[in-house]
Design a protein around this ligand. Sequence first.
Ligand SMILES: NC(=O)c1ccc[n+]([C@@H]2O[C@H](COP(=O)([O-])OP(=O)(O)OC[C@H]3O[C@@H](n4cnc5c(N)ncnc54)[C@H](OP(=O)(O)O)[C@@H]3O)[C@@H](O)[C@H]2O)c1
Length: 620
Amino acid sequence: MYAVGASVVRVRLAPAGDGAVSVVVADGTGVSVASADALVTRPVGEGEFAAAAGVGESLYRVEWVPASPAAGLEVGVQGCALVGEDDFGLTEVLGAEGFADFDEVGECVPDVVVVCACSVGDRGVVSGVSAAVDRVLRLVQGWLAEERFAGSRLVVVTRGAVAVEAGEDVRDLAAAPVWGLVRSAQAEHPGRLVLLDVDDAGASLDALREAVPTGEPQVAVRRGEVLVPRLTQGAASGVLVPVAEGQPWRLEPSRERTLEGLTLATAGDAARELGEFEVRVAVRAAGLNFRDVLVSLGMYPDHRALMGSEGAGVVVATGPGVESYAVGDRVMGLWTGGFGPLAVADHRTLTRIPDGWSFAEAASVPVVFVTALYALRELAGVRPGESLLVHSAAGGVGMAAVQLARVFGLRVFATASPGKWDVLRGLGIDGAHLASSRSLEFEQRIRSVSGGRGVDVVLDSLAGEYVDASLRLLGEGGRFIEMGKADVRSADEVAAAHPGVTYRAFDLMEAGPERIGEMLTEIVGLFEQGALQRLPTRVWDVRRAGEAYRFMREARHVGKLVLSVPAALDPEGVVLVTGAGACWAVWWLGIWWPSVGCVTCCWSADVARRVSACRSSRRS
Ligand SMILES: NC(=O)c1ccc[n+]([C@@H]2O[C@H](COP(=O)([O-])OP(=O)(O)OC[C@H]3O[C@@H](n4cnc5c(N)ncnc54)[C@H](OP(=O)(O)O)[C@@H]3O)[C@@H](O)[C@H]2O)c1
């Protein structure tokens, strides 16, 4: 190194034999800053990082864990005031006195003063952010400026402004930056400010009395449980790594058939020679279905079934007889073994991804919408004016069926866990047409709302007495469409017990590739006309699939769960690294030089791969 202090540099890399490059660094005026005769790079496999995650691991991540007395709970709050709008209905649950502003609180300040921070009205996110942050900034400045508040804590309450659980979304984006703002203020004024985020569950409001006096600077309440952030060791823990590097892989169940044993196994067949009508797709996102959970647990009837039956990606090769797609086309559709970077698909079960859709959005559509269309129109033959009962209507197929039912002019009854009813109300189903999917009370409710008539069609995936109760709601000409696998019955026996009722259990694949492709194209057309809306979707990296599987097994989701698949780097490609992040790239190049301001570097994907590997480990 020859000089320090430059704010702009030029870097020249030149081949120096045996895979090495020479490095010459000069400042903006051409004066030498640093040089290296030869810089040799060595590939670092992801497996090496995983292997390093153990004893002495220096990587950490934040986890939200239940607050316990051992975590330092203080009990009792000597008085509580709420200042400003009570957006979340806190005055009553906290037993707080309400005040319009800090002036009104007066000189006798309670231990805890609460303010609510949330999106206001139907502003867009950008103006919503400004409004929320400006307001909280003024409140915090006012709070810290006055001596009378010195012995009290200001609690800033948000709802859905942070994600504290795997797969959780930040629902109030406009309020999310409030957390950043207040955390900065907390760093400068320890003990004066508390951040508290609550979800929609009724039990969470009740738990606020415990959450406020924890003495913790950041608290979240989820489903009535008080959580606090803690650093835990091992950033790589729980992250799956392909068993063999440089080969196609896919997510597969373990021999023990537990979610903990999910593995990224080698998938040589994904690179096999393509047969007639086949295309190879570089998968970028794949929809998770309940079927995948059953396969992973060894509970699916076909023990050879592969997980990953739908997704979205880019065509990378075409087989004989494929004329409608070319390499580079963005496609979505059905295939098997799709939880990995490559999948082989029958091109007839695909369609093009509409402009403006992300891969994750595209992957959330095929199975649920095509299944619902097939069940309602092809199997049940629904007619306008008929009535339909959709069970588990907040699930993927259920939400798709409710939307299609509107397109077909049906009257819809729906069941779901009561905690998911808001989602169905959002789809236009009123309280009279809603019932619980976890109680048999739906039979009586639907009978009374329908004036004793019941319904014309049932779309079912439940089992046992839920099926019996649903069958009793059907009369002459009624159709019972069973898509679940847990309780498939004999159509003849059902007809004998329920005269005039048709029972039909199905598997979508029976429709055949042409019909599936036609229905998928029709569905995309309905989206483009605005007749359908994409479902709420949560996305996990496929390397964290276990978390997504557990989320689905526990039925905590509404809409779709999607696994994103990391894009394979094109070895012929060029990677552009820009901005402040390039500092670490230059550091990595072996130039130990902290004063780099902003550098733009271009070099081969092979080098970039090593850089991105370095970025994921501070140790390296
Ligand atoms: N036959 C076919 O070709 C075909 C195609 C696609 C899907 N399916 C089947 O159709 C059903 C629905 O599919 P989907 O994609 O809509 O699934 P999903 O998104 O996972 O929704 C399933 C819903 O079932 C409810 N549920 C009731 N009891 C449950 C339990 N013990 N464990 C987990 N969830 C439970 C949950 O809703 P609540 O909490 O509201 O009760 C859950 O949201 C599944 O059984 C799936 O295998 C069949």
